[in-house]
Structures are given as C-alpha cells and as structure tokens.
Design a binder for this molecule. Structure first.
Ligand SMILES: Cc1cc2nc3c(=O)[nH]c(=O)nc-3n(C[C@H](O)[C@H](O)[C@H](O)COP(=O)(O)O)c2cc1C
Length: 430
C-alpha cells in the first residue's frame, strides 16, 4: 500500500488527515477518539483568553436533498481556560506520541503576549503552532484574527515575534477574506513561517427569516456576519491553495470543504501536503476518515505512486494564466441518443442562457424528441453537459482544428507588432 505518512515542515503524522481547528478538536476526549478512528493529527480549537460564545451560533444551507452544502458560524475561539486546553494537549501527546497535535493560537497583538503563549503551548508538548490570522468575526473586530491576516506587514511582524521564541514549526493560517491571498502567504514566508494553512472561513450572512426578519443564525432576533465553510467553499479554497503553491516555497496545509478522499487528493495535487477538515467531521463524525484513508491509498496505488508526497503539487503546472490558454483548442457537445430522455433542458439552457447552438428536433420513430447540436455553431462552453440530468448523456468531444497553439499573449504580441499599441498591458508583462 502507498505510504501516507507526512512530514509537514518537521511535523510528522501517520497520514495527512488532520482535524482543523474547530469544535471537533475542542477537547482531549474528542481528539483521542479522532486518533482512534484514524485521524493523523489535530489542530486544537484556537486557544487564547477565553471568550463567551452566543446561542445560537451555527447556520446551514441545504441544496435540494444535500444537507449542509454550506455551513456558517459566529463562534469565537475556545471558551475554555487556556490552562485546561494546555493540560489536555499534554495528556493527548503523552498517549499518542506518533500523532500530530498542533496548538492553534490567537492572542492580542503584543510581542510579550505572543512570546508567553508560544512558550506555554510548546511546554505542553505541542508538535507545532498554527497562528490563527484568519477568523473573520468577533476576534477581528478586537484587532486579532483576520485583522492581522489582512495586512501583510502585521502578518510578517507577528510571525517574526513568534519565530523569535518558537522551537517547533510555525504554520500561519490565512484568511480568504482578502483580494490576493498570495500577498499574505508571501508575508508569512518573509516572517519566517515554516508553513501556511488555508482557508479559514469566508465572511457571510446565511439568510433572513422572512416572518421575523431576523438574520440567521439568530441571537435574540439579531445576527452578525460569520464564517462560511463546508462543501460550497471548496473551489474557492482550491484556487487559493493553487495560487499560493505557485508563489511560496513553504509547505501548505489545505483546508476548505474537504469531505472525501477525492476532495483531499485534489488539494494535494494542487500543492497541499497535509489536509484539514472541520465541517464534514461536524456533519458525519470522526469515522469518515476510514474512507478517506482507504480511498487515498487506492487512488495512489492506481496511479502507481508509492507515497503521498509523489502527488503533492503535480497539478500545479497545469494551473495557467488565462493568457497562456490555447485559443485554438476546440471541443463540441455530443448527445447520446440512447441516453437522452428528451427533457430539452440542454436546448433551453443553450437557447436562452448561452449561444443558441442546439436545435429542437422532430420526434423520432421512438417518439423521443432528441435535440441536435449545431456543431459548426457550438462554442464548447459545457453548459448543456452541465445541466443535463442524465450522467454521460452529453459529452464534450475534442475536434482536431489542425491549428497550432495560439494564446491571448500571442495575440497581444501580434497586435503590438502590427499597431505598435500594447492592447493587454501590465498583468501578463506584455
Ligand atoms: C464552528 C466552527 C468553528 C471554527 N473555529 C475555528 C477556530 O477556533 N480557529 C480556526 O483557526 N478556525 C476555526 N474554524 C475554521 C476551520 O478550521 C476551517 O478553516 C474552515 O471551517 C474551513 O474548513 P471546512 O470547510 O472543512 O469546515 C472554525 C470552523 C467552524 C465551522
């Protein structure tokens, strides 16, 4: 079986699956049960001066039959005393020496406060530190969390403070509530971070009760912005992880909407060398990790990869600037008449919502009205295949145009040569 063992910036664990900082990693009892179930590591629920939490504090969005497609919380950091958390970390480390226990920390932005907290966490035996520069609500209004992680200079400065005293690896956890996450990743690297983790939650308001007009999750008729996470955020997280993988050299712990081995494998291919999960554990419990381990092992074996490390970052070179995409590459839609149920969703979507490349067609001998793709007009946008309710009925087939690769950058270069005017300046260095 392929080797899933991880050495993340010096933090070792039997597999890459770690609990993300949050309710599942709130107590020693939970973390030990998670390790027994197969989790390789845990980032403890963020420790700092204890807070008072609200009731209620969680919100969810269902989509059709899918519960919790998106999840949100207005919870703060740990509401338990610092000493209780640290004693429990010591206890877990004593009983599970091979597993990774990482202390997530958030304290006021003072050098001495950080120095003291780092020493206490390390004295408790934590294998590494995760600096929570990411929480978007409650703590950020007090100058912590995302208030630090949104300013490159603060990120570098506090990372440097921590590195002045830290003896264990330091991971900086990034907020997605920023225009360009890579600027903060670079700032963390410049501050001496040994790794980064992302994403924390995305600022959100879950909805409004239309009878009472109370926003959700509701606290005595009111609400406040909270952090969004769960399956819905995975594409955002993947994009940010890939962007960071293209800019920094330090290892990346991938977080955001991971619920299956294949979600995890996508993060790894885009540059993550460990993975953290919160919402899915809150939804399904610790045992989900069994499937993740088994699925990841089978996938690596099927690809002939001996260890997880062999997959790390393998898809990153395929993440291109838009200007490097081949404008001559062409695909067109193909409808399988045997699978088509004649619902005409593809026709309606293409006619009203895209490029008018499908025509309705008279009923066949079988009585089925199978739409027809107008191949010369089809722009290959994928919409018909995306809306089709029958798996595999509409496929996108590659057309050999016989033309060489031609990119927007090539086009900009040509235009500049012809006119002397740079049409697409700046971003792509044209
Ligand atoms: C209820 C809840 C509490 C959380 N608390 C923390 C926290 O204390 N510290 C932290 O760094 N992240 C916290 N997070 C963020 C998660 O660690 C994670 O970054 C985010 O939820 C995205 O991962 P997911 O989609 O697997 O949930 C919390 C998330 C949730 C849902």
């Amino acid at each position: 079986m392929p080797d899933l063992a991880v050495n993340f910036a010096g933090i070792t664990s039997p597999n890459p699956f770690w609990l993300a900082s949050g309710p599942p990693s709130n107590t020693a009892g939970q973390v030990m049960r998670a390790f027994d179930a197969g989790w390789g590591g845990a980032v403890w629920k963020t420790i700092g001066e204890p807070v008072i939490n609200t009731t209620s504090r969680y919100g969810g969005i269902d989509y059709g039959p899918q519960k919790l497609m998106g999840f949100n919380n207005i919870e703060l950091i740990s509401d338990r005393p610092i000493e209780d958390n640290l004693c429990e970390i010591a206890e877990v480390k004593k009983r599970y020496p091979r597993h990774a226990v990482i202390a997530s920390l958030m304290v006021e932005s003072r050098r001495e406060a950080w120095h003291e907290m780092v020493k206490r966490a390390e004295d408790a035996g934590s294998d590494g530190l995760e600096l929570n520069f990411g929480c978007p609500h409650g703590m950020s209004e007090r100058g912590m969390g995302a208030a630090v992680g949104q300013v490159p200079e603060y990120t570098t400065m506090i990372t440097e403070w921590v590195k002045e005293v830290a003896r264990t690896p330091v991971i900086v956890k990034l907020t997605p509530n920023i225009t360009d996450v890579t600027r903060i990743a670079v700032a963390a690297e410049q501050g001496g971070a040994d790794g980064i983790s992302l994403i924390n939650t995305i600022n959100s308001l879950m909805g409004v009760d239309l009878d009472t007009l109370a926003p959700r999750p509701t606290v005595a008729g009111k609400s406040s912005h909270g952090g969004y996470c769960g399956p819905a955020v995975k594409p955002i997280a993947l994009n940010m992880v890939a962007a960071c993988a293209r800019r920094v050299k330090i290892p990346i712990s991938g977080i955001g909407g991971i619920a299956t081995w294949s979600d995890a494998a996508e993060f790894v291919a885009l540059g993550a060398s460990s993975l953290q999960v919160c919402t899915a554990v809150m939804h399904y419990g610790f045992r989900m990790v069994e499937d993740m381990i088994e699925g990841m092992e089978s996938y690596l074996a099927s690809k002939g990869l001996a260890r997880l490390d062999d997959l790390v970052g393998r898809a990153v070179p395929n993440v291109a600037d838009w200007g490097d995409l081949d404008l001559n590459y062409k695909i067109v839609a193909e409808i399988n008449p045997d699978l088509c149920i004649g619902c005409h969703l593809c026709y309606v979507a293409c006619e009203d919502g895209a490029h008018q490349c499908i025509e309705e067609y008279p009923a066949s001998a079988s009585g089925k009205r199978i739409p027809r793709i107008i191949k010369d007009e089809c722009v290959g946008c994928n919409l018909c295949a995306l809306v089709c309710p029958v798996h595999g009925c509409i496929t996108m087939e590659e057309i050999d145009t016989g033309k060489p690769v031609f990119t927007w950058k090539d086009r900009a270069r040509e235009q500049r040569q012809q006119t002397g005017i740079a049409y697409t300046p700046s971003l792509w260095g044209e």
